[in-house]
Structure formats: C-alpha cells, structure tokens
Design a protein around this ligand. Structure first.
Ligand SMILES: [Zn+2]
Length: 258
C-alpha cells in the first residue's frame, strides 16, 4: 500500500501532466484521492468545515486528499505541502472538515465527495477522480448534438474506448459548476460510466487507481480530437462501422485479453 507521501506525489505527477497538456489553464482542474480506511485522519482542533447537503454515510470517518481551490497545476510540485487538502468526513456523514492551516478544497468538492461515496459499494478501498478542462472535448461537447449521439460518436471514434473503458462514458448537459446538484447528477452517471463529460466545461475520470482515472480522461480527449479532425477533413464523423464495432466487442468477450 502506498504511503501518504507517495499518494500526494501521484497527485502532483498527474497535475503536472495535465498542465503540460494544456488542459488546466490558470487554476482549472481538480484531483482527489479517497484514502484507504487504514489511512484516515483524526479530526484536527478547530478545523474548517463544509456542511454536506445530505448525509454521506458511505464515507463516514474517511479522508479524501483533494486539490485546493485556486491551486495551479503547473506549480503543484512546489505546492505539494500546501495545496493538497486532507478533508475528513464526520462520523455521521454530515460534514467534511480539514485542518485550519490549509486553504479551502476545490469548489467542486461536492462532486468529489459524492462520486467517491460510490467506492465502498464497488469494494474499492481507494479511489481517484481526475477533472480537467481538456480543449478538444470542451469544443466537441459545445455542439448542439444530443448527448446520446455524441456518446455514440465517441464510442465509435477510437477502439480503446470499447476495449479499455468497460462502463463507457456519459454526457451531462451544461450546469453551473460547484453545486451539490451537479455532484449528485455526476455521481448518478458514474454508477454506469468510467468517464463523465460536463458539456462546455470538461472531463472527469473515476477509478480505483489515479493512473486509470487519468487514462479515462486521456482516451476520451483523444476520441474528441479524432472526431474534430474527421469532421474538418471529411465533413462528418467516421469511426468504427457497425461490423467493425461488433467484431471488436466479440473479440473482447471471447478472449478477455483487455
Ligand atoms: Zn472544471
């Protein structure tokens, strides 16, 4: 099992990568890791707190490391000791608290808490969420096509979506950021998705491993890039035809190699 320093270092590495890719301008993007039960923090004296709008009993007593509000991914390496906030859910799942010397957690804290609350039921002792403002998916998801049509196009755009994202992806229509409501909708989508796209905003990946959560973001962004290139070069989305998609699905079912 990784220690706290290694987990914080993982967050730094992913943050730096996202910044280098140009997907986390200014203070955009947020990352969190639900620590294993064995690593939960005690509540500190005089902590700062955030009141949960509904009980989150699934995470009672658990700690999440989350990037701070206003943190800049491009300099997260230098800010490792100050911009990764340990928030602990109270015993009854009513509040999240963190030591007073830390800044506030990301404004998307509701989404992070609510999505991680799916992890115990999935038998994940740890989990990670990566959210970033990747450029091509931001552009693609801004079109007027219904989410289901976009999802179909993304599924066909890149074989890796079918082979490596077993639960696939979901599109959520634009909603104001940083709300409990957005967190609830996102959680509901993650019950059956590996990645959720907030239209006209960005991508989220959720997995029991931070590298995998970032993989999901990368794969979805690559698919968006392919679709935009195809549309520009050929006038329409291309991607896998029915026969090709079926043969790929049959291969996955028969070989279990992916
Ligand atoms: Zn965002």
């Amino acid at each position: 099992m990784k220690n706290l320093y290694e987990i914080k270092n993982d967050i730094v590495e992913i943050a730096s990568h996202l910044a280098q890719m140009g997907w986390s301008e200014a203070n955009a993007g947020n990352i969190s890791v639900l620590l294993s039960r064995e690593m939960s923090f005690e509540e500190s004296d005089n902590p700062k707190s955030y009141t949960l709008l509904e009980l989150v009993k699934e995470l009672a007593g658990r700690t999440i490391l989350v990037t701070a509000s206003g943190s800049r991914f491009r300099r997260m390496k230098r800010d490792i000791d100050t911009q990764i906030v340990p928030i602990t859910i109270s015993q009854y799942g009513t509040t999240a608290t963190w030591p007073a010397e830390y800044p506030n957690p990301t404004s998307e804290i509701a989404t992070h808490i609510l999505v991680h609350s799916l992890s115990p039921e999935a038998n994940w002792n740890e989990s990670a969420i990566v959210h970033t403002h990747s450029t091509k998916m931001l552009a693609l998801s801004s079109c007027d096509m219904p989410g289901e049509m976009l999802k179909e196009a993304v599924n066909r755009a890149h074989p890796e979506i079918t082979t490596l994202m077993k639960k696939g992806l979901a599109f959520l229509d634009f909603a104001p950021p940083g709300t409990w409501e957005l967190g609830t909708k996102t959680k509901n989508e993650f019950i059956r998705a590996n990645s959720v796209i907030w239209r006209k905003h960005g991508i989220l990946g959720y997995a029991n491993d931070i590298e995998m959560a970032c993989d999901y973001v990368e794969m979805v962004e690559k698919a968006a890039e392919i679709l935009i290139l195809e549309k520009g070069a050929f006038g329409s989305f291309l991607g896998l035809k029915n026969k090709e998609l079926t043969s790929l699905q049959q291969l996955i079912q028969s070989t279990n190699v992916f």
